[in-house]
Design a binder for this molecule. Structure first.
Ligand SMILES: [Mg+2]
Length: 121
């Protein structure tokens, strides 16, 4: 399946992209939430979004809020965060994120989480 990775760090994208391609999936990249909206429009076959919290232009929570307002995607969104504060996680979930994953993560953790949100993946 095709996964959109939204992160201002190209290094993070490269790492996640490698994990996905090794499992025969495809990754596309957007460096902020605003760019992600364009990439979603250009890639209607995206089935999962991995979303960073801190980004310039439009950050993760702003992207989630924008999607609540405009409904440009209905695919599962997994928040990638270095924050494990319950308040952050609660905010992300209340804004429509389906799951969250703590950075840095291993391939095993990523695929366990993906299995949770995309069951039968
Ligand atoms: Mg970031």
């Amino acid at each position: 399946m095709k996964v959109l990775v939204v992160d201002d760090s190209k290094a993070i994208f490269m790492m996640v992209s490698q994990m996905l391609t090794e499992a025969n999936h495809t990754a596309v990249w957007a460096e902020d939430g605003s760019k992600a909206i364009e990439v979603i429009a250009e890639n209607p076959d995206v089935e999962l979004i991995l979303l960073d919290w801190n980004m310039p232009v439009m950050n993760g929570p702003e992207f989630l809020q924008k999607n609540l307002d405009d409904s440009f995607t209905s695919v599962p969104i997994m928040m990638m965060t270095t924050e494990n504060k319950p308040a952050y996680i609660k905010e992300a979930l209340s804004l429509g994120a389906t799951e969250y994953i703590m950075k840095p993560f291993t391939s095993d953790i990523l695929f366990n989480k993906i299995d949770l949100v995309c069951g039968g993946f």
